[in-house]
Design a protein around this ligand. Structure first.
Ligand code: SF4
Ligand code: SF4
Length: 366
């Protein structure tokens, strides 16, 4: 093989080369796992080897200086190994139990990250893991809301649930900053989705200079775009537009973001797990909350209220949708104090060969 032994930047490295030696040695040969305290998971191998995984929450957007601090800490306590989880936690691997407290103290002192985010179903103890989320205003071009800023604001309020095992069951919170939905909001216990509510603006000059008109028109799933060949630009039929942003992906001359009218919807009751009952899709319970940077107080208030109402009323091991199914949606709205409006009624209809109405869905790739 020509590239053998040569490191390139094509594709990820083979993951087994990056495992901590104790994990690599005992791969698929574990006897049991136990959460010994919030944030600390003990893994015992059939060989008798023991390793502790110590988990910390991060705000996800972190500087290179923080990454270097964490790497130095990993060199000191974790044999130079650490990993980031898909929920933006960072995990260290400790073979000497007596070092765990020093590790936790040093992480908190140097970077201020809390230890937690674990749960142990066998003991009926559940903490809240960090929120999985998307790019937000920092990276992506189509967000209706920010991602990391909102998540930081929410997790600051839910800090105690991260550092302790105070919940009745597993609770997954996720955020996607537009309906393209790079986050797992379709199937999470509590989800936040950014929604656009106005059609794209057409900057004729930018369209002329930067866009391929036929492919932009073809990208609209609802047929809302028409070429205006006389003026070498594009026209939008606003009645047909469902604000999906696909045209903006094709053509930078058609920006969709509108901070005044964009906002977030809140969904609840989704789950991916097959445990006890089938997976569920999330359902809308708050149709729109405005953008309120930098701390999004209304959104934070709603998320906290939903989580705490569920936590106070659910039975042990009862996930949010299981609790709602037991008490009924009417009672859910009563207990949470959320307003029920016509926007929450699921009127999505699909016919085999045509769409009977526009704006029936925000799905735009098929
Ligand atoms: S959810 Fe939408 S706005 Fe957010 S990162 Fe994905 S495509 Fe971009
Ligand atoms: S439906 Fe989507 S692709 Fe079509 S005009 Fe509206 S935002 Fe653009």
């Amino acid at each position: 093989m020509v590239f053998e032994g040569i490191k390139t930047d094509f594709g990820p490295p083979y993951f087994r080369d990056l495992l901590h030696p104790v994990i690599a040695k005992n791969y698929r040969k574990w006897k049991y796992h136990e959460v010994v305290r919030p944030g600390v998971i003990k893994r015992v191998a059939e060989s008798g080897d023991v390793i502790y995984v110590v988990k910390f929450g991060t705000p996800r957007l972190i500087s290179i200086y923080t990454v270097r601090e964490l790497c130095d800490i990993a060199d000191k306590y974790s044999d130079g190994y650490l990993r980031w989880t898909s929920r933006n936690n960072v995990e260290f691997f400790v073979t000497d139990e007596s070092k765990i407290d020093d590790l936790i103290n040093e992480v908190q002192e140097k970077v201020g990250f809390p230890c937690g985010g674990t749960w142990d179903a066998s003991k009926g103890e559940y903490g809240l893991s960090n929120i999985v989320h998307t790019q937000g205003w920092v990276h992506c071009h189509t967000p209706a809301i920010d991602a990391s800023g909102i998540v930081k604001s929410i997790m600051d309020e839910l800090y105690d649930y991260f550092t302790n095992h105070k919940l009745p069951a597993l609770c997954r919170i996720s955020l996607a900053c537009c309906a393209n939905m790079c986050g797992a909001v379709h199937a999470s216990d509590i989800s936040i989705v950014g929604i656009h509510r106005t059609p794209p603006l057409v900057d004729d000059d930018a369209v002329r200079r930067t866009c391929e008109i036929p492919s932009t028109v073809a990208a609209c799933p609802t047929g809302a775009l028409k070429p205006d060949m006389k003026n070498k630009t594009i026209k939008v039929d606003v009645e047909k537009c469902m604000y999906c942003g696909n045209c903006y992906t094709m053509c930078p001359g058609m920006p969709l973001f509108d901070p005044e009218n964009d906002g977030a919807a809140i969904l609840v009751g989704g789950k991916v797990s097959d445990a006890r009952r089938v997976p569920e899709l999330s359902k809308v319970v708050v149709p729109w909350v405005p953008n309120e940077p930098p701390r999004w107080p209304t959104l934070v208030k709603y998320i906290k209220r939903i989580l705490e109402t569920w936590a106070a009323n659910a039975n042990k091991h009862e996930r949010l949708i299981e609790w709602v199914d037991r008490i009924g949606w009417e009672r859910f709205f009563e207990l949470t104090g959320l307003e029920f409006t016509q926007h929450l009624i699921d009127d999505y209809r699909i016919t085999p060969y045509f769409y009977s109405e526009f704006r029936a869905t925000t799905q735009f790739r098929w």
